[in-house]
Design a binder for this molecule. Structure first.
Ligand SMILES: NC(=O)c1ccc[n+]([C@@H]2O[C@H](COP(=O)([O-])OP(=O)(O)OC[C@H]3O[C@@H](n4cnc5c(N)ncnc54)[C@H](O)[C@@H]3O)[C@@H](O)[C@H]2O)c1
Ligand SMILES: N[C@@H](CCO)C(=O)O
Ligand code: NA
Length: 436
């Protein structure tokens, strides 16, 4: 039997995920070596502070503050520092010095993915990133490999655990957004500055990565239409619950025809939406993640589990590591990124979906007809209308569900409703996703 030399692994960053990756590598190195067919040697861990407290007990002699020197001579570099710079510089250095790279850095991939994939392609290096989307859940490899022979039509993802925790808590306890966020912070789900999560930025980065992969094109995070959950109220969540829906922050990636030109394009968007309680995504509770994929031949598929957490995410990183290391043993080129389709990203105005609009109106004869006319005038077809009268105030609440309508038509409908003398206020506008 051939004895292979040890595959040298350099780790950059020993925070929540990095420290668990190092621990698992050291604890299970022998078993991984058997699966790979060659020993794995963790040659060093680049850190900022040699004396910082770590989540795992790691040999101090592995630590170095000199990432550049560590990268030189490594076969595989695992980048788990996060942020754009110097992560980008280190990943490029690794690729250009002949190493393969594993990263969990969604921010880096969603902004500089094209540059990094091109650099890897040029020298035949592997760049793997299962941890970057939905943590431990296998979704990158299924899209990249298992579904490579199918045609992905649509992805609906709950890809941010913090916001799912908050919305789930609002749904199950009636809490306000503020109180649910406070609980998320107390329990350590939300960061001290939760903007990236509740503003939808984290989900938009993941949507960019998923859309690029699923549709063989390049989508960057800043091109993703993004609405966070900051405007979601306890009233909206309660009224959704009564109507048989749950509010979820969704990352939606869709292949569709541009309604104006008929040309094929893609949509990548993040917003809170009403999901029917019967949909598999409605059952995703707490800080869990799930990605619902619709493919032409496979039909609907659901990937579910822990979207974050140090040790859980380390599982995804080690999976990438083993896959790459096996190729070192077997030889031959690995999977490269396929971005041949070059599809245009359609602006949000070209999207069609269903809506739920809640209006406070005066309770007078003719109001319903006036409201119905506003929808009809903008070409938006009403599917359902529910009225609750508050006798003491002379006001009524109307909840109007629409058929599929264009975003632009809905936006002008809402603008006209806001100006209508019979409408006291437009209390809520939410999209409905995942309904039959
Ligand atoms: N934590 C999760 O649940 C999770 C899930 C999925 C993906 N990720 C991604 O994994 C990566 C790591 O996340 P984390 O939660 O472990 O972050 P973290 O902040 O806990 O750890 C990052 C570590 O890198 C170190 N670091 C930063 N810059 C450095 C530099 N220049 N040189 C050396 N060390 C440096 C930091 O000091 C810190 O210890 C990020 O890209 C993150 O988006 C994390
Ligand atoms: N902040 C992210 C961590 C995982 O990317 C979340 O809440 O899901
Ligand atoms: Na994953």
């Amino acid at each position: 039997m051939i004895e292979y030399r040890a595959i040298r692994v350099a780790l950059l960053g020993a925070g929540s995920v990095g420290s668990q990756v190092a621990r698992l590598l050291l604890e299970h190195g022998d078993e991984l070596a058997k699966r790979i067919g060659a020993p794995i040697e963790l040659v060093g861990i680049a850190v900022r502070d040699l004396d910082a407290k770590r989540d795992a007990d790691l040999p101090r002699e592995l630590f170095t503050t000199d990432a550049h020197s560590l990268i030189v001579g490594a076969d595989i570099v695992i980048e788990l520092m996060g942020g754009i710079e110097p992560a980008r510089e280190y990943v490029l250095q690794a690729i250009n010095s002949g190493a393969d790279v594993v990263t969990g850095n969604k921010a880096l991939l969603a902004s500089h993915g094209a540059e990094l994939f091109a650099a890897a392609e040029q020298v035949g290096a592997q760049l793997s990133y299962e941890a970057a989307v939905a943590g431990a859940i296998p979704i990158i490899r299924p899209l990249r490999e298992s579904l490579a022979g199918d045609r992905v039509e649509r992805i609906l993802g709950i890809v941010n655990g913090t916001t799912n925790f908050i919305l789930d808590r609002m749904d199950s306890t009636g809490a306000s957004l503020e109180d649910a966020l406070a609980t998320a912070t107390e329990l350590g789900y939300a960061e001290a500055d939760p903007t990236a999560d509740i503003g939808g930025y984290d989900a938009a980065q993941k949507a960019a990565i998923l859309a690029s992969l699923a549709f063989h094109t390049t989508v960057s995070a800043d091109a993703v239409h993004r609405e966070g959950i900051t405007g979601v109220t306890a009233e909206q969540v309660e009224s959704a619950r009564r109507a048989g829906y749950v509010v979820k922050l969704l990352a939606i990636c869709e292949r569709l025809a541009d309604p104006e030109t008929g040309a094929e394009g893609v949509s990548a968007r993040v917003y809170p939406a009403l999901v029917p309680r019967s949909h598999p995504l409605a059952a995703v509770r707490g800080a869990n993640n799930a990605v619902f994929v619709e493919a032409a031949a496979a039909g609907p598929l659901m990937f579910y589990g822990a979207g974050a957490g140090g040790v859980q995410t380390a599982s995804a990183v080690l999976g990438d590591l083993v896959a790459i290391a096996r190729r070192h043993v077997i030889g031959g080129p690995g999977t490269s990124e396929s971005t041949h389709a070059d599809l245009p990203l359609l602006p949000i105005g070209r999207i069609t979906t269903r809506y739920s609009v809640t209006l406070e109106v005066t309770d007078e004869p003719g109001v319903l007809e006036t409201v119905a006319h506003v929808f009809a005038d903008h070409g938006v077809s009403v599917e359902q209308l529910q009225q609750t009268v508050e006798a003491s105030t002379g006001r009524a609440t109307l909840v109007i569900g629409t058929h599929e309508a264009a975003e632009a038509a809905l936006a002008s409908t809402v603008a006209s409703l806001a100006e209508s003398p019979v409408v006291a206020s437009v209390a809520s506008v939410l999209r409905i996703e995942g309904a039959e």
